[in-house]
Ligand binder design. Structure first.
Ligand SMILES: *[C@@H]1O[C@H](CO)[C@@H](O)[C@H](O)[C@H]1NC(C)=O
Ligand SMILES: *[C@@H]1O[C@H](CO)[C@@H](O)[C@H](O)[C@H]1NC(C)=O
Length: 313
């Protein structure tokens, strides 16, 4: 059959148009797929750029503390931070071992000026450039680890804890100084926990964030301790992993990636996720008790100091 050139041209144009439309459809489908898998790992450079130290923070690398306590706190908890500074967060000593405490905060918003002044006085506020929300807690903890690894890598151990805790810093230092293991990851160990899949849950985790059915054993966020070396290895690999909202699970996952398992630091429980009824003898032999108010902190602390000479059964 003989085709006029004009006619052939028309066929050619039609074909190109069809191809273009096909390409467009394919591109659309591809981009939809990409946006659906919204959990993008952060690149290390993005992570390393996390701005922090909006204000001077006491460095500790020339004085090598034994234990660094990183306490997550919200901008408006002025009174709580003050109570912690006067009690378990004050510099404690056990023999040569010394503890130092820092608070981890996000944006101060309308309280920023007050926080700036507080930080200028105490130099213990590590503040990140992100919204101070529950869902940003993992960012907050990573900010703390980043600070530790950059400004205080000579510390032996780091503990992450919350502002509604009682922490027996001295007892913890005693237990840690007796521990000779190289990689320590200890706390209230949670085993066989499953991700919450109901979107309404505060602890909701999507299959994209964590596809598994069970979390590896991890230490509850009420208070966990890592040897600094391990903590910095966790921080080092955190830039590669998608951010999970649950900071304690997130740290547990990274530790598991490093093939390290959580360990108990004592044969009996010493990390409590509940509120332990106060008695000087019970508080002398625990590391954490949860849900303790600032006023109680000061009262318990005084009683513990006053009864230091008493023997416990
Ligand atoms: C976390 O902080 C960032 C930076 O300020 C903010 O854009 C984001 O909304 C916060 N995320 C949540 C879940 O609060
Ligand atoms: C961090 O990771 C890099 C490459 O993966 C490695 O070379 C470096 O030694 C790591 N640093 C620490 C402190 O683990």
């Amino acid at each position: 059959m003989f085709l006029k050139p004009q006619c052939g041209n028309r066929f050619l144009k039609g074909g190109i148009l069809l191809l273009l439309i096909l390409c467009l459809i394919l591109m659309l489908l591809w981009s939809r797929d990409r946006s659906r898998s919204s959990v993008q790992p952060r690149s290390p450079s993005q992570f390393n750029d996390t701005p922090f130290q909006k204000q001077p923070v006491r460095r500790c690398d020339n004085s090598s503390p034994f234990l660094v306590l990183l306490v997550t706190s919200s901008p408006d908890q002025f009174e709580t931070r003050s109570a912690i500074r006067q009690t378990w967060g004050s510099e404690r000593r056990v023999g040569e071992a010394r503890s130092v405490t820092y608070f981890l905060l996000g944006h101060g918003r309308e309280r920023q000026e007050l926080i700036r002044r507080e930080g200028a006085v105490h130099q213990d506020i590590i503040q990140g450039d992100f919204e101070d929300t529950y869902h940003n807690l993992t960012l907050k903890v990573l900010l703390g680890l980043e600070w530790l690894c950059r400004s205080c890598p000579s510390a032996s151990f780091v503990m992450k804890t919350d502002s509604d805790m009682f922490v027996n810093t001295e007892y913890l230092m005693e237990l840690l100084s007796q521990d000779t293991r190289s990689n320590v990851y200890t706390g209230l160990i949670v085993k066989g926990a499953r991700p919450f899949r109901q979107t309404s849950s505060k602890w909701y985790v999507s299959k994209e964030e964590y596809p598994g059915d069970v979390y590896p054993p991890y230490c509850s966020g009420i208070g966990y301790v890592l040897s600094t070396e391990l903590a910095c290895r966790v921080w080092n690999i955190s830039g590669r992993a998608p951010l999970l909202k649950l900071e304690d699970v997130y740290v547990g996952l990274r530790v598991a990636e490093l093939k390290v398992e959580p360990v108990e630091i004592h044969t009996r429980p010493v990390f409590f996720g509940n509120r332990v009824a106060f008695s000087t003898c019970s508080y002398r032999h625990l590391v954490t008790s949860h849900g303790v108010r600032s006023s109680e902190l000061q009262k318990y602390w005084r009683e513990l100091q006053d009864s230091a000479a008493e023997k416990c059964p």
